[in-house]
Design a protein around this ligand. Structure first.
Ligand code: SAH
Ligand code: DHB
Ligand code: MG
Length: 222
């Protein structure tokens, strides 16, 4: 079983379920031209995120880790006209590309892109007593995941869905003695989620055009 085969299957699914989409293709092209790392979610994963937000009826979505706004466009499309999207990004250069990409997709004034290290804008949202979010996507620096979970819970209501990307990392997640910050960050995140009696959760491994990885799906229950 090879990565090539996983990619072929992803291509097949994309051919079936994802018609050509100029805004998303331009977003990928603009991101590549700006030399952003090619670590956005895959197209069929982006659509999964959109569908999850849609079935949940999300009106307020929070994303931690914008990059070029590729996943952000999928989320923006899940929102009703009066929906609200906040996406947090550390690198001003990434945020600038994301603004162009969101503009190009017709969401120029919709999403608030807040630039800064994610913990401080999350704390700012808490301090502002912003309304709870319906859906939260955690996809920034992996060593920050435990902190992002703790702060996300303060921005949640019963029923809020939290999805975290990249919780498998080629299987490294089971390597308890790994010295990699990202493995330790993800493990602490998963252990915190599992131990929290306000959370029902699971985690799923995935293969595809983005390699072997996975995501966690959490629901805040109280
Ligand atoms: N969600 C995007 C991919 C995000 S990649 C998509 O699927 O299209 C991770 C992003 O998190 C990068 O752009 C990186 O700059 C950003 N990031 C890293 N550390 C961060 C931090 N402390 N706060 C906010 N963003 C951060
Ligand atoms: C990588 C992939 C991601 O989806 C991400 O958010 C960060 C890094 C990677 O493959 O390195
Ligand atoms: Mg990711």
């Amino acid at each position: 079983m090879s990565e090539n085969q996983w990619t072929n299957v992803d291509d097949y699914f994309v051919g079936l379920f994802l018609p050509a989409d100029r805004a998303l293709e331009e977003a990928q092209d603009r991101s590549a031209a700006a030399e952003l790392p090619a670590i956005a979610v895959a197209p069929n994963q982006g659509k999964l995120l959109q569908l999850l937000a849609t079935v949940q009826g999300a009106r307020r979505i929070l994303e931690v880790g914008t990059l070029g706004g590729y996943s952000t466009i999928w989320f923006a499309r899940a929102l009703p006209e009066d929906g609200h999207l906040v996406t947090l990004e550390l690198e001003p250069r990434h945020a600038a590309v994301a603004r162009e990409n969101l503009d190009g997709a017709g969401f120029g004034d919709g999403g608030g892109i807040r630039v800064g290290t994610a913990a401080s804008p999350l704390q700012a949202l808490i301090d502002e007593r912003t309304e709870p979010f319906d859906f939260i996507f955690i996809d920034a620096n992996k060593d920050g995941y435990p902190k992002y979970l703790e702060l996300s819970l303060k921005l949640s209501r019963p029923g809020t869905v939290i999805v975290a990307d990249n919780v498998v990392r080629g299987g490294e997640v089971v390597n308890a003695s790994s010295s990699a910050e990202l493995v330790q960050g993800v493990r602490r995140f998963l252990e915190m989620a599992a131990a929290n009696d306000r959370i029902e959760g699971t985690a799923i491994q995935t293969v595809g055009s983005k390699g072997y990885d996975g995501f966690a799906l959490l629901v805040v229950t109280a």
